[in-house]
Design a protein around this ligand. Structure first.
Ligand code: G6P
Length: 611
């Protein structure tokens, strides 16, 4: 949550910062602001989106070669111009942007007030920058050292960037718990919450580690940690194309990302799986296969859509590997007193690799001796760097706040993990193993066939766009798909939607059904097909409107349902990768028809770095 961008070098800083903020807007869009240093410090900030900031600032003096910018997801203080970042210290010298939360800000604020400090905003960040100013003024140290001393005293999470009006040749950054990447150009430096604002200018990056402070400027880049140990910057090459972060002719990132799925799933499988040769190898976890095979239990930890991918994985791992699996909301797990031990393997799933609750849950499980594997999309993010091992999903940047291609890539990786373990453990017959390999390889083409249904789904969406409630029902492997379909709809269209196991309907939701209630059934041909057919009849008997996702050629449900969406046949373990696609399209079209901001739904953010 919150995106930060910074630049120091010979180019004009403003265009780099504003474009960077637009790329990071998925992280929050309550307000935006920039600070530009050119002899004097100019700060422009505005409630609303980055485009509002640009309209507000575009006629001002924007010339500068040093600057920082911020797009905010409000935590302390409502979205407003005053609470927008950057924040300036009382003497007007220091300006800061911050992604994260300072937990002891109230105590620091009380102390600073006693010393005569005043505050224009309700934010923890304004307290933070004044705390640094106070140390800077009262000690004889330089600014990087004052920042370091301050950081040893603050409690919480931060990715920060600071500029000092008296030192225009220096940009300071630090992080703990929130992400920060530094881009290295020729005599210039970029910084951002992720690499998307940087990729256009350089592919050389350094991912700052927790508790590291970086100083960038005419003297180059130097990095120290809070213990004053200097570290040599580890420069990595970005593996990201500029097209991957642009809309490429689509109206929305979400639609582009839905349509990218044949490719993103293909990219995820590439080099790892060869069905003809019966070969499957996930290099990232190969050293841990034995550990998982002998695990007492697999604990899956995630949030949001990633949690739904975890539920699909529960069915797959238990079926293929015969290992008990528990799927946990990271936010609940971390605040219980969970029973975890050395014989447990934790799989943490996260698109962003930055979700605060998931990170904290990992730390907790790690402290209890569990082995932690990660399934993440963003390369170099915090979760892959804290886990023992893991596999990237390689879905490419996902920018729409509602997750789509990351979900199918997560399930693809998790299925491969389960297959690798099942083969080694001998819990799956070779023929079944080979069959699933072929099926996985065929998923990109089957997903492409689902995308051909786009126009048909748009027509269905038209009929239900004004509904106030939706019910999504599925059984077995398709139950988590029902949850995911409901989540997609509520996230972007603001229609209340509930996902339920179809058989549980009679224990409550059936009371909601009348002629105004659309019920989406994920009723593809699988072992619970007959049962779900009965559930559809139960809904029809109460005059509910049934939209059914069925397997091509279905003869029964077609007679009962009001609308049918036919998807290609697949084994039940593979079906979630296919059956979810029409649901993504349905929610997309309904949201567009309701004039909702599909890519940036209200109140949400893509990367949830607060608990
Ligand atoms: C937010 C996003 C969701 C995402 C969830 C978990 O709520 O809007 O799309 O599923 O966070 O994020 P993660 O990055 O850990 O998968």
């Amino acid at each position: 949550m919150c995106g930060i961008v910074g630049y120091i070098g010979n180019r004009e800083a403003y265009p780099i910062i504003i474009k960077g903020l637009q790329r990071l807007e998925y992280r929050g869009y309550d307000s935006a602001g920039v600070a530009l240093l050119n002899g004097e410090m100019n700060v422009y900030k505005k409630q609303g989106k980055v485009a509002d900031l640009h309209n507000f600032a575009k006629n001002e003096n924007l010339k500068a070669h040093v600057g920082i910018g911020h797009t905010r997801w409000a935590t302390h203080g409502a979205p407003s111009d005053e609470n927008a970042h950057p924040h300036m210290s009382n003497n007007g010298r220091l300006v800061m942007i911050h992604n994260g939360i300072i937990e002891n800000y109230a105590a620091l604020k009380t102390d600073l007030k006693k010393k005569g400090y005043t505050f224009q905003s309700e934010t923890d960040t304004e307290v933070f920058i004044n705390f640094i100013e106070d140390i800077y003024q009262n000690t004889k140290v330089d600014l990087p050292e004052a920042v370091r001393l301050a950081l040893t005293k603050v409690v919480g999470a931060y990715a920060i960037a600071i500029i000092d009006v008296n030192q225009p040749g220096q940009l300071i950054a630090a992080r703990k718990g929130s992400p920060l990447v530094i881009g290295i150009g020729k005599g210039e430096y970029f910084l951002a919450s992720d690499a998307t604002p940087i990729v256009e200018y350089t592919s050389e990056v350094v991912y700052l580690d927790d508790e590291e402070i970086a100083v960038m400027g005419k003297d180059g880049l130097s990095i120290k940690n809070l213990e004053e140990v200097t570290t040599k910057p580890y420069i990595q090459t970005l593996d990201m194309e500029l097209e991957a972060i642009e809309k490429g002719g689509y109206d929305h990132f979400m639609l582009k990302e839905i349509f990218e799925q044949p490719k993103s799933i293909g990219d995820c499988l590439r080099g790892r799986l060869n069905a003809a040769e019966g070969r499957l190898h996930l290099g990232g976890i190969s050293d841990y296969v034995n550990k998982v095979m002998h695990a007492d239990r697999i604990l899956i930890i995630a949030c949001g859509t990633s949690w739904h991918a975890g539920l699909v994985a529960e069915y797959i791992f238990e079926d293929f590997c015969r290992i008990p699996v528990e799927v946990e909301y990271a936010s609940e797990f971390r605040y219980r007193n969970p029973i975890v031990g050395e014989k447990d393997v934790v799989i943490a799933i996260s698109q962003s690799g930055e979700t605060a609750d998931t990170l904290a849950a990992i730390e907790l499980a790690k402290s209890k001796g569990a082995t932690i594997l990660g399934v993440c999309n963003v390369v170099g993010s915090s979760i892959p760097r804290t886990t023992h091992a893991g596999s990237y999903t390689h879905a490419g940047p996902e920018i729409g706040v509602a997750s789509t291609k990351a979900f199918t890539a997560q399930i693809s990786v998790l299925t491969m993990m389960a297959l690798m373990i099942a083969q080694k453990k001998g819990t799956m017959a070779e023929s079944a193993f080979r069959k699933i390999l072929f099926e996985l390889e065929a998923v990109p083409d089957k997903v492409a066939k689902c995308l051909d249904l786009n126009a048909q789904i748009e027509i269905i969406a038209e009929q239900f766009k004004d509904a106030t409630n939706f019910l999504y029902l599925g059984r077995g492997f398709n139950f988590p798909v029902a949850l995911e379909g409901a989540l997609k709809l509520k996230e972007i269209s603001y229609i209340h939607a509930e996902g339920y196991p179809a058989a549980e309907m009679k224990h409550g939701p059936i009371a909601l059904i009348d002629e105004n209630m659309p019920v989406v059934f994920i009723a593809t041909r699988d072992s619970s097909y007959e049962k779900i057919v009965s559930n559809i009849q139960e809904v029809k008997a109460r005059k509910g409107k049934v939209i059914a996702i069925v397997t091509e050629g279905d003869k029964h449900i077609v007679e009962m349902a009001d609308h049918i969406i036919e998807v290609p046949h697949a084994s039940e373990a593979i079906m979630p990768l296919i059956s979810v696609v029409p649901l993504q399209l349905l929610s997309y079209h309904i949201a567009v028809m309701r004039d909702c901001n599909v890519d940036q739904p209200r109140n949400l953010a893509k990367s949830v770095t607060v608990e």
